[in-house]
Design a protein around this ligand. Structure first.
Ligand code: NAD
Length: 310
């Protein structure tokens, strides 16, 4: 099978589509940039994309590759009906996102986020004796133990933290001392200093961290969300932060992105906001190119695709 691969302009939300095109010059495919809307007359049978457009359905595609791990905006049943295979980019974000999570944890423990606030006023602002702590000896619960969760658990363990996790199956995971099932979430989050959310957005995980889970957390605990915004009930989170029923939050993802300027989260001292940037790394295009190159080869050879979702 000859592969004619298109690169959709939405890829440009992460890196230049033309960069990926040149990196794929050795792939078993001809590679061209596409328009926003696809047209069947262009005869692409594969597409690399960040976002979804309904024109993908009737363009004669056999395969769509999403350049990120989350694929919650893609209509899986409809793709199945149109016999379009979907693959995603899970497996390549572990290092970047886990290092970002270590950064969030260290900021809160060592109070680093606060000093930055005083720099514009050239203000020397030492911490109170009880404002800071060390990660060594602290505890973290990682909700979701896939690529991200395992990378976070490994790093937290290396920092001397006690690591627990929430996962659907009870099998052991390296670097995780205690495991809970999703029904035990409230127990899992109730006695840890940090809760890190790393599950995909699905019907079951939407608002998984809501008012109940937030109120089960300790008042000196921090929430970190690197998954998807709707996994956390954002208005319940704002309430929990306002009432100081938790100590703070680091958020890379939001119910609405970009986070609107009027969101109260922007004003909160103990909230660290990053613009869906935890996975960003200069090596990202290389990692995507390797996945696409391998799946182009497999498609041409009639083999089943890696990271297949549908
Ligand atoms: P993954 O598929 O490797 O792992 C997801 C894990 O969550 C799996 O182990 C799965 O069994 C588990 N899970 C699913 N439902 C669960 C539930 N109800 N309770 C407990 N565990 C559950 O995916 P990943 O690469 O680790 O990424 C996870 C999610 O993080 C992605 O779907 C994406 O939405 C998000 N993500 C965000 C960024 C970012 O830039 N912030 C980057 C990569 C991924």
């Amino acid at each position: 099978m000859t592969i004619r691969l298109g690169i959709h302009p939405s890829v440009g939300r992460i890196f230049p589509p033309s960069l990926l095109q040149s990196m794929l010059s050795d792939a078993e495919a001809t590679v061209d940039l596409t328009n926003e809307r696809l047209d069947a007359s262009e005869s692409f049978n594969g597409l690399v994309t960040f976002g979804y457009d309904p024109s993908f359905l009737d363009a004669g595609l056999d395969w769509i590759h999403v350049v990120r791990a989350g694929y919650d905006e893609f209509p899986l049943d409809t793709l199945r009906d149109h016999e379009i295979t979907l693959s995603n980019s899970t497996g390549i974000h572990g290092d970047a996102v886990s290092e970002a999570v270590v950064g969030y944890l260290l900021q809160f423990a060592r109070g680093l986020h606060r000093y930055r606030l005083h720099e514009p006023d050239h203000e020397w602002n030492p911490p109170a004796w009880d404002d800071t702590f060390t990660l060594d000896g602290e505890s973290v619960c990682v909700v979701g133990l896939g690529t991200l969760g395992r990378g976070i658990a490994r790093r937290a363990d290396a920092l001397g933290m006690s690591v627990s996790g929430v996962r659907r199956t009870p099998t052991p995971v390296d670097h995780v001392e205690t495991r809970y099932g999703p029904q035990e979430l409230l127990d899992a989050v109730s006695d840890v200093r940090f809760v890190v959310v790393a599950v995909p957005l699905t019907d079951r995980t939407e608002e998984m961290v809501g008012a109940e889970a937030l109120s089960a957390m300790r008042d000196d605990a921090y929430l970190v969300n690197v998954a998807r915004g709707p996994v956390v009930d954002q208005s319940a989170l704002v309430d929990a932060l306002r009432s100081a029923s938790i100590a703070g939050a680091a958020l890379d993802v939001f119910e609405e992105e970009p986070l609107p300027p009027e969101s109260p989260l922007w004003e909160m001292e103990h909230v660290v906001i990053t613009p869906h940037a935890a996975a960003a790394t200069e090596d990202y295009p290389n990692r995507i190119a390797a996945l696409v190159r391998e799946n182009s080869r497999r498609l041409a050879a009639g083999e089943s695709l890696a990271n297949r979702v549908v």
